[in-house]
Design a protein around this ligand. Structure first.
Ligand SMILES: *[C@@H]1O[C@H](CO)[C@@H](O)[C@H](O)[C@H]1NC(C)=O
Ligand SMILES: *[C@@H]1O[C@H](CO)[C@@H](O)[C@H](O)[C@H]1NC(C)=O
Ligand SMILES: *[C@@H]1O[C@H](CO)[C@@H](O)[C@H](O)[C@H]1NC(C)=O
Ligand SMILES: *[C@@H]1O[C@H](CO)[C@@H](O)[C@H](O)[C@H]1NC(C)=O
Ligand SMILES: *[C@@H]1O[C@H](CO)[C@@H](O)[C@H](O)[C@H]1NC(C)=O
Ligand SMILES: *[C@@H]1O[C@H](CO)[C@@H](O)[C@H](O)[C@H]1NC(C)=O
Ligand SMILES: *[C@@H]1O[C@H](CO)[C@@H](O)[C@H](O)[C@H]1NC(C)=O
Ligand SMILES: *[C@@H]1O[C@H](CO)[C@@H](O)[C@H](O)[C@H]1NC(C)=O
Ligand SMILES: *[C@@H]1O[C@H](CO)[C@@H](O)[C@H](O)[C@H]1NC(C)=O
Ligand SMILES: *[C@@H]1O[C@H](CO)[C@@H](O)[C@H](O)[C@H]1NC(C)=O
Ligand SMILES: *[C@@H]1O[C@H](CO)[C@@H](O)[C@H](O)[C@H]1NC(C)=O
Ligand SMILES: *[C@@H]1O[C@H](CO)[C@@H](O)[C@H](O)[C@H]1NC(C)=O
Length: 482
């Protein structure tokens, strides 16, 4: 069984949500520093331009921030509100004596809370301490960020192996674990920076309080933009006109359920989902969150998650009708023929958003014990034991990158930033970037990838082979012990 588990330790990363954790720090995951250095930032002309995102194998996306005169990549996540940086990135930061841990469920970082001036994107002037964005100019001193200066990390190797030593959270200030810990330590609120988004938008006039994101898809073909872009207070030109017509989806807020044993309702980028359709058949949605209207579900947008978490019923609804697909019970996963598509669309605010079938199955490679490498495809909509009751916010689904690659997303912070100039609550807008025509490229793209991949076993062959290997492995290790 061990073999199967390591097989499914593919991808990233963290699943779940950070919370102030009472668990003791451990040195088990202490990583050694071998970080890539980045060239120091050149002075560039002011440009009202999007900030590039770098796509790491569709698993996470990074943007560069300027810290203490260096430009370093950090993974961005919409589901969390805190920033952390590995200590070697921030040797001279202004560090408090306050210990903090960010527990993401499957991974954890710990260190001390520190403050640092940061800039975002390449269109900044680190030397002069200025950040330029749109028509405004901010003193970097106003963009001081509290972060966890991490000395110890567990299960973050996927980031570290790629030279990424930090995470930047785009969540709401009220969900910040750092702020919570500073509160507990009675740290003077007037000496304390705000969370990133709140700080960026609240520090002065000029930047409209919204971010927008587009995540490129690495489909192995090169014909599709693989990276992505990211803006603050400005739009990506291509989508600006469609955005004007896109419905405002209010962020779900649920104060009545706060701190219930079923999960903590901290403010997060959560939306009510109106519909889920596979090949024209509508799934009947429901919700475990009492405040969600019947026939709908509550979903959290998580740009830091490579997968999408839904109920087991929905996983089966999506994959069980795909011809040739087989359920691999031991690892709770579907194995799907890599060239078989399904049409999944999600409906928000009465508008249907089609997903590219490339985002429904992930190509994986696995080396059999006889040395042969094989290709297989598995489900990207997964069920998970990361449910309510383990410090998670109340929600029915976590919509990660597989969905987010299909939309241009605008996150409007509204009145949640400090010093807000609007009374409007936060909302999300989506502009679809996938249509039936672009989705129909699936076959040719997959065909091209498979032509350059090791042989693909049929799902049932694959499962049979792994089961046989696993049985042999456990019986041979039993033999070893006796
Ligand atoms: C560190 O932070 C404290 C409190 O915010 C401040 O008084 C001090 O000037 C800061 N030091 C540096 C080097 O930024
Ligand atoms: C690290 O990941 C493994 C496999 O996903 C998991 O079993 C383990 O509990 C994780 N460790 C921590 C501290 O979360
Ligand atoms: C960047 O800062 C340096 C040093 O203060 C200054 O000489 C330069 O003009 C600045 N560049 C821009 C584009 O503002
Ligand atoms: C941020 O920059 C300002 C101006 O350069 C400086 O006074 C301040 O101490 C810096 N704060 C931190 C936390 O480094
Ligand atoms: C609040 O916003 C006003 C202008 O909108 C700005 O002048 C002020 O500096 C801001 N307050 C803080 C603490 O940044
Ligand atoms: C994506 O970004 C990386 C690093 O920023 C760059 O090397 C690569 O060429 C980019 N890929 C595409 C397809 O633009
Ligand atoms: C929490 O869960 C329990 C048992 O699952 C349920 O009886 C209760 O109604 C739930 N409370 C809320 C506020 O959802
Ligand atoms: C939602 O529907 C599924 C499938 O009908 C069912 O198994 C589940 O218990 C329902 N959940 C709630 C909270 O009603
Ligand atoms: C959806 O339709 C496609 C053809 O359009 C078919 O190949 C596929 O098997 C269907 N999937 C499901 C889940 O019904
Ligand atoms: C290894 O096993 C697979 C699955 O049984 C088989 O298809 C492949 O031919 C084998 N390779 C070798 C080198 O025996
Ligand atoms: C954030 O929390 C404070 C204090 O609990 C509360 O007064 C405020 O309304 C909250 N803001 C939002 C946007 O939830
Ligand atoms: C479909 O999407 C592609 C790629 O995004 C775009 O070039 C094309 O114009 C779209 N077609 C329609 C009918 O919207």
């Amino acid at each position: 069984m061990k073999l199967i588990h390591s097989l499914y330790a593919f991808g990233l990363l963290w699943a779940g949500y950070p919370r102030a954790a009472a668990r003791p720090s451990t040195s088990a995951g202490l990583i050694s520093w071998h970080g890539a250095r980045f060239p120091s930032l050149n002075t560039r002309e002011f440009q009202n331009a999007p900030i590039p995102l770098t796509n790491f194998g569709n698993n996470f996306y990074t943007t560069n921030i300027g810290v203490l005169g260096k430009e370093i990549p950090v993974a961005i996540t919409t589901a969390h509100s805190d920033m952390w940086l590995f200590s070697s990135e921030v040797v001279n930061s202004n560090t408090t004596a306050i210990h903090a841990e960010l527990d993401y469920g499957n991974s954890l970082v710990s260190g001390t809370i520190a403050f640092v001036n940061i800039t975002v994107g390449p269109f900044v002037n680190v030397t002069s301490g200025m950040i330029f964005r749109g028509l405004c100019m901010l003193k970097v001193a106003d963009l001081v960020e509290a972060f966890v200066r991490v000395d110890d990390a567990i299960n973050m190797t996927e980031l570290f192996d790629n030279g990424v030593y930090g995470v930047l959270g785009l969540g709401f200030e009220n969900a910040s674990v750092i702020q919570e810990i500073l509160d507990e330590n009675k740290y003077d609120a007037t000496l304390r920076p705000h969370s990133f988004a709140s700080s960026l938008f609240g520090s002065g006039p000029g930047i409209s309080p919204f971010a927008s994101l587009i995540f490129g898809r690495d489909s192995g073909s090169g014909s599709i933009q693989a990276n992505g872009t990211f803006t603050f207070g400005t739009y990506v030109d291509t989508y600006a006109s469609s955005l004007a017509q896109a419905v405002h989806l209010p962020v779900f807020s649920d104060t009545s359920d706060e701190d219930s044993s079923n999960g903590t309702s901290f403010p997060t980028w959560a939306l009510t989902l109106d519909g889920l359709t596979v090949n024209g058949t509508q799934y009947t949605l429901n919700s475990s969150v009492p405040q969600v209207p019947s026939g709908k579900s509550l979903v959290i947008l998580d740009s830091g998650y490579y997968s999408t978490i839904v109920s087991p019923d929905i996983v089966d609804f999506i994959y069980s009708n795909i011809s040739g697909a087989a359920y691999f019970k031991e690892v709770d996963a579907w194995i799907i023929p890599c060239n078989m598509p399904a049409n999944l669309s999600l409906t928000f605010g009465g508008q249907e958003y089609l997903m590219d079938p490339l985002d429904l199955t992930a190509i994986q490679y696995f080396r059999l014990t006889n040395g042969t490498e094989v290709t297989f495809c598995s489900n990207t909509f997964q069920s998970s034991s990361f449910r309510r009751g383990s410090g998670l916010p109340a929600a029915d689904m976590i919509l990660g990158l597989p969905f987010l690659r299909n939309v241009y997303t605008l996150l409007s912070y509204g009145n949640t930033v400090y010093n807000a100039t609007t009374s409007e609550g936060p909302y999300v807008q989506f502009v679809s970037v996938t249509n039936a025509t672009s989705a129909s490229d699936f076959s040719s793209i997959r065909h091209r990838i498979l032509a350059n991949s090791p042989m693909e076993l049929t799902p049932s062959e694959f499962i049979k082979t792994i089961r046989a290997e696993s049985t042999n492995a456990s019986s041979s290790s039993d033999n070893d012990r006796t």
